[in-house]
Design a binder for this molecule. Structure first.
Ligand SMILES: [Zn+2]
Ligand SMILES: [Zn+2]
Length: 753
């Protein structure tokens, strides 16, 4: 049947510029035999096409379904126009193009087309470790300024050869591809060790030989350097740990394919999707560690696995198979990005450096993600995610700089309805991390051309981030830590309704100066009311108690009126501190997890954040997997003066009794998790009776605990709640800046869209 021709105009909103969107649209138009044009206009892509109804419908579907990696369509509108005849399809250059894209693209992984060329001996970019096109390659990490063109990127140092210059203007996949280069021009590989300096193929081959023979290398990537070694060679992994000065934290491993990962880890379809997604994140997968050197996973139940995203990594995977690839830094220092700094490392544990002379402007670690309760969650924001905006349900009247928190620092710039979250910037107590934070804040502000009008920050008076926000000379909006956590969930899910927020973490500054961290907040219209929390108890030792779980457990022992649960004789000192008022009052769920871990003798020191809680969770999983019944424990709830208190002291006392009686530790660990999940459900139900609110938002670092999170979500959903958790920003302190920005926007008088 010969249908009548129609002309239709599509407007495509979202992240659609700088990611190869127009060539993709042109490809689809040709596939569906449509005439017309595509062009960038402001922040959107406009397409006008003429064709048969069926073709127009399939075209629109394909645009949404097959959009290039790195793009994100937030809205597609279409309108009918008077019939217009076109002789073919063309990509139009628009005047807006010179003004630059309003969305800055993140770094993009090697695309399938470039991958094909990489392995094609007839291609002039055969085995080129820097092959890229309009749909792939570094972006944010090499940008100096906007508009995005070669002169304003790290590519300015490389002069295009004649062939590349022709391709740059020839239409197709490398038309205006700012990172264009080939084997003849552009960055070249260099290998350097104490004795030798090699380039190109020789550099690559040498690196492969060193890694094969159990060596440790620094390899330059997109957001910084990696330290790399074979995950099968225990000695190499131990040397890498010495180099990083990292004892326990598991290392991430890069694999050639998802199939390869499947040999070591369970990979569900949603997890495979994540592995292949544009940021190529490190995905936390359950792993027995079998087949790998035991030093890789250390004591973790999960392996951080990821796929190659640069052509160089692709070639390395091909030549070597899996590699440990961990950020090149010492613990707590920012990832190394400058060649001079890496070449200056004088360590017997580093056997060479594989690099190139293209500079990295923006430091970014690899992002970390996982699937929990069927939801894809970001644990650490990094390369490939920044500066993709989170779209908010409000349009802010005034631009906002939100400073975030100190422990897992990340800031947020909010302009209009777009919240630009930074990458993970480390611990602000580290002077280099703080410098890096300031540098990144300035850089992103310049790139986005945002003039700041408001600052938002934590209530904590001594946070570096608070002081930084106050130094900007802007009106400052202070947001309570756990309120920011909950607001971050509402911001990313577009929730403007009232919610019951459950914020569990290690520490956050409370309105009353106490250490909060086991909080139930009823959140309304940019404000909140603290409706329930873990009962207070004094914890002696200050910051030391956050590291030394045994010390923390003593405070619980004293509060529960038990004999010294540690047996190391420190109880008297702690009791004196508690009596003298030197102890801090705490409602922290994180500290309770630490204490229970120490009381059971599971783990007594946090050599990294959350280590004790992770060990306790692992033990609970073991009970669950063995079908062991949970040891019966419960939080007793008490109501007074309109506040609900969850009794953590009595519960800790019962854990001590159980430990003393020699109960199965894994059963107690599981019983404790179950008790916490039940408590959340009971408190939320009580608050629903009081307020009528049926939406629950969960956030805070404690919910990195998957067993707890999944149990809580299941119980709440069964009780009729709509449950939301962080997905685009971390549930830990790395997500608080988004919540602060959202609250500031509402307080500034912004209204829902
Ligand atoms: Zn490509
Ligand atoms: Zn060239």
């Amino acid at each position: 049947m010969n249908e009548k021709l129609k002309t239709r105009e599509f407007h495509i909103y979202g992240l659609v510029q700088g990611v190869g969107f127009r060539p993709f649209v042109a490809f689809l138009a040709k596939k569906h035999a449509l005439g017309g044009w595509v062009r960038n206009a402001g922040g959107i892509v406009t397409v006008r096409v003429t064709g048969e109804e069926g073709a127009l419908v399939s075209f629109a579907q394909d645009v949404q379904k097959q959009a290039p990696a790195g793009s994100r369509i937030t809205k597609l509108t279409q309108s009918e126009l008077p019939i217009e005849k076109f002789g073919g399809f063309r990509i139009e250059k628009s005047s807006m193009e010179e003004e630059g894209a309003s969305v800055i693209p993140p770094d993009l992984p090697l695309c399938e087309d470039c991958k094909k060329e990489l392995y094609d001996p007839a291609d002039r970019r055969f085995k080129n470790p820097f092959i890229s096109c309009v749909a792939c390659g570094p972006r944010y990490s090499i940008m100096d300024a906007l508009p995005y063109d070669r002169q304003r990127t790290a590519m300015d140092a490389f002069v295009m050869c004649g062939a590349c210059a022709l391709e740059y203007r020839a239409g197709g996949r490398r038309d205006f591809a700012q990172t264009i280069s080939c084997n003849g021009c552009g960055p070249q590989l260099i290998f350097k060790d104490k004795e030798t300096k090699l380039i190109k193929e020789a550099a690559f081959e040498k690196a492969v030989r060193v890694l094969k023979s159990g060596g440790v290398l620094a390899i330059k990537g997109i957001g910084g350097y990696h330290f790399a070694c074979s995950p099968f060679n225990a000695n190499a992994v131990r040397r890498l740990r010495e180099l990083k000065q990292r004892d326990k934290k598991p290392f991430a491993v890069m694999f050639k394919s998802a199939k390869e990962i499947g040999k070591y880890c369970g990979v569900l379809p949603a997890e495979e999707e994540l592995l292949r997604s544009a940021p190529r994140p490190i995905v936390l997968l359950p792993c027995s560690g079998e087949g790998l050197a035991p030093e890789v996973c250390a004591e973790s139940r999960y392996l951080g696995a990821f796929l190659p995203y640069t052509p160089l990594q692709e070639l390395l995977m091909d030549a070597l198979g899996p590699l440990v690839m961990t950020s090149a830094n010492s613990t707590d220092q920012p990832i190394l990005k400058d060649d001079a700094d890496v070449l200056a490392i004088r360590s017997g544990f580093l056997d060479g450096v594989l690099y190139n002379t293209r500079r990295i402007n923006v430091r970014q670690d690899d992002p970390v993600m996982r699937v929990a309760a069927g939801k894809k969650q970001v644990i650490r924001r990094g390369r490939g995610m920044v500066p993709l905006p989170v779209l908010l349900p409000v349009c802010t009247e005034k631009t906002v700089f939100a400073a975030g928190s100190d422990m897992k620092a990340a800031f947020c710039l909010l302009a209009g309805d777009r919240a630009y979250m930074s990458q993970h910037l480390g611990d602000m107590e580290n002077a280099d991390a703080f410098d890096n934070y300031r540098e990144n804040a300035r850089h992103m502000q310049n790139l986005l051309s945002v003039r700041l009008e408001t600052a938002a920050c934590d209530l904590h008076p001594d946070y570096f981030s608070t002081r930084y926000a106050q130094s900007l000379g802007l009106p400052v909006i202070r947001v309570q830590h756990h309120h920011a956590h909950i607001a971050s969930v509402c911001a990313e899910h577009g929730i403007m309704e009232d919610v019951i927020g459950v914020a569990f973490d290690g520490t956050g500054y409370g309105e009353d100066g106490a250490v909060w961290g086991g909080e139930f907040l009823v959140c309304r219209e940019g404000g909140y009311e603290r409706a329930a929390h873990l009962e207070y108890l004094p914890i002696a030792g200050g910051d030391r108690a956050a590291k030394d779980a045994k010390l923390c457990a003593l405070s619980y022992g004293i509060a529960a009126k038990k004999d010294d649960p540690s047996g190391d004789g420190r109880m008297g000192v702690v009791r004196a501190a508690a009596r003298s008022g030197a102890a801090q009052v705490s409602s922290s769920m994180g500290r309770l997890f630490d204490a229970v871990s120490a009381l059971l003798g599971v783990k007594e020191v946090n050599s990294f954040e959350g280590e004790c809680a992770i060990a306790l969770e692992n033990l609970a999983w073991r009970a669950l997997e063995a079908g062991t019944d949970p040891y019966p424990l419960r939080f007793e709830l008490r109501e007074a003066d309109g506040m609900i208190f969850a009794g953590q002291v009595k519960l800790a006392g019962e854990v001590m009794d159980a430990a003393r009686e020699g109960a199965d530790k894994s059963a107690v660990a599981l019983g404790f998790h179950r008790a916490a999940a039940r408590m959340v459900k009971e408190v939320c139900c009580l608050l629903r009776e009081q307020t009528g609110i049926r939406i629950a938002a969960l956030s805070g670092g404690v919910f990195a605990n998957r067993l707890l999170l999944e149990d809580v979500i299941a119980r709440l959903e069964k009780s009729g709640f709509d449950v939301y958790v962080n997905e685009q920003v971390p549930m830990n302190d790395g997500g608080t800046a988004l919540g602060q920005a959202f609250i500031a926007a509402i307080k500034n008088g912004s209204k829902g869209k």
